[in-house]
Design a protein around this ligand. Structure first.
Ligand SMILES: Cc1cc2nc3c(=O)[nH]c(=O)nc-3n(C[C@H](O)[C@H](O)[C@H](O)COP(=O)(O)OP(=O)(O)OC[C@H]3O[C@@H](n4cnc5c(N)ncnc54)[C@H](O)[C@@H]3O)c2cc1C
Length: 280
């Protein structure tokens, strides 16, 4: 990835100095339109969308701010809004000593962020063969690509049943996803398509909640299937997308493969796909 010349970047100010400039001065600058904080570790924000940006729901882009050295400080972020939305939405962690998010967590409407308009990723419908039921397995901010896919009509047009599992440490960390899922049946645009196809399976690993435990444990001991009234995962009909930590992804791959699912890619669609929610 090339570094934008510093001369150009001087037009973007670090967020701490941000003035309320509403009109982006650079092709890669987008204006923040809304910010919502969920916990001391999680927030979401919306930005303007470059007119030229086309993406497939589930993909990620590089976004960031101007660092203290005047150079762009960019990180991969899943686009949490669906491909039809006029704006872009992101769902973010706050790492207190993280180079980007220690600053990004302070953005306000009117501030600018950098957005490189080159979407990529494997959590896309094109990377899966047709099926009847799709599983979205998320932990933490790994919910972000599914926030996009859950709002995409294609998800409900292609599948009879859509299951989203979301595992976090505490109940408050489920809030962004819970609210989104609960809003879908009444959504004026896709509510009718969603109908009764969507099943939501939130779990916590630390704080007491109605369903405790890691999703991998609950899959292995059959609890998920019993709770949802499903026989199991069948490679002829079930498709899956996974987005979590490295450990979660590795464990889920093993579980999905034990059911006979094979990993797919854009160039070679199969029964499941995986993406890291973060590195480290
Ligand atoms: C394909 C891809 C998509 C991503 N999408 C998102 C997204 O939609 N939302 C988002 O918040 N992050 C996402 N990330 C992570 C993101 O790129 C940054 O790592 C994150 O914004 C923190 O940046 P930082 O510079 O503050 O700290 P970094 O130096 O990047 O990270 C410091 C440490 O914080 C931890 N960490 C980083 N990100 C997370 C996270 N999301 N959840 C839990 N722990 C984390 C890790 O241990 C990491 O080593 C994604 C990463 C990848 C590879």
């Amino acid at each position: 990835m090339g570094i934008t010349p510093i001369l150009t970047m001087t037009e973007l100010k670090p967020v701490t100095d941000a003035t309320p400039i509403k009109t982006p001065m650079l092709p890669d600058a987008q204006t923040v339109t809304a910010v919502e904080h969920f916990t001391d570790r999680l927030f979401s924000f919306r930005t303007t969308r470059p007119q030229s940006l086309r993406f497939r729901s589930g993909e990620f882009v590089m976004i960031g701010l101007v660092g203290d050295n005047g150079k762009p400080l960019l990180r991969a972020y899943s686009i949490a809004s669906p491909s039809w939305d006029d704006e872009l939405e992101f769902y973010s962690i706050k790492v207190q000593d993280g180079p980007l998010t220690s600053k990004l967590q302070h953005i306000q409407p009117g501030d600018q962020i950098i957005l490189r308009p080159k979407p990529v990723g494997t959590l896309v419908h094109d990377a899966l063969l047709p099926g009847k039921r799709i599983w979205f397995f998320a932990t933490g901010t790994g919910f972000a690509p599914f926030a996009s896919l859950l709002r995409d009509p294609e998800t409900y047009e292609q599948y009879d049943e859509v299951i989203i599992t979301h595992t976090c440490r505490d109940v408050a960390e489920l809030e962004y996803g819970r609210r989104l899922v609960e809003s879908l049946p009444d959504d004026p645009l896709i509510g009718e398509l969603v109908g009764d196809k969507l099943k939501y399976y939130p779990t916590t690993t630390r704080e007491q909640s109605p369903k405790m435990g890691r999703i991998t444990t609950l899959l292995k001991d059959g609890t998920v299937f019993k709770d949802l009234g499903i026989d199991g995962i069948n490679p002829d009909t079930d498709r899956a997308m996974v987005c979590g930590s490295m450990g979660l992804n590795t464990d889920l791959k093993e579980i999905l493969e034990s059911f006979g699912l094979r990993e797919g890619a854009n160039s070679d669609p199969a029964e499941y796909v995986v993406e890291k929610a973060f590195v480290g």
